[in-house]
Design a binder for this molecule. Sequence first.
Ligand code: FE2
Length: 266
Amino acid sequence: MTGNVSILFVGDVVGGIGKRTLLALLPALRDRFAPDFVVVNGENAAGGVGITPKIARELLASGVDVITLGNHTYRHREIYPYLDEEERILRPANFLASQPGHGFCVVDSSAGVRLGVVSLSGNLFMKAGRPAFPEADAALHALDGKVDHVLVDMHAEATSEKVAMGWYLDGRATAVVGTHTHIPTADARVLPGGTAYISDVGMTGPRGGVIGVRREQAVTSMVTQMPIRFETSTEDPWLNAVVIRADAPRHAVSIEQVLEPAPGVV
Ligand code: FE2
């Protein structure tokens, strides 16, 4: 049955602590939710900004099906060729076509379900070369007939733009999940047309910092208005994710938040 599916989507993995939190909790999450697919936003995985091929390979080897990215995609040069070579790592589809990488892909589950994953960047307060909404249409058009489900990661600053994207794709995508702010929102729901939606999944990383950064550094930077070197906090790691279940192609029935502390992870 190609309609029935469950997808675990993990919010922005921040630094080594975020990666270790994900890898430590993933086996238990697999037991608990039996996801057919695991999709992870990895745009902060390398020391808090960007990702490297080594980290991407590690995530994929741990059973992650697709890695989505965002505004920090091009922070590390060594990722550029990898973005072209590896199908299962996505930069926002609405970046310029001339920029390295691609914005959507298709993965199959062991049961033969085909999931299309689309990465998008917001345009409000974000640097994306092209508008997100027509690019969402173009990606869905390209995936038509090739997938049973579609998951869209809307990596954006403004909740208004994320909510609008949810409504825009309602009935056309199985799920539209927001990322980037690192703070989970309390608005997870299935929209009337059958699209699971949340404005922000949150972050997999240190809650003891300021959206991932060591809090004394972030606070000093704001208090003094002077440049400060930022490092990733390791205090109080949590995993933030959602589990989406669907009963028919592009038709979700539930979206459940998973907010898990990982006190043993250092
Ligand atoms: Fe981001």
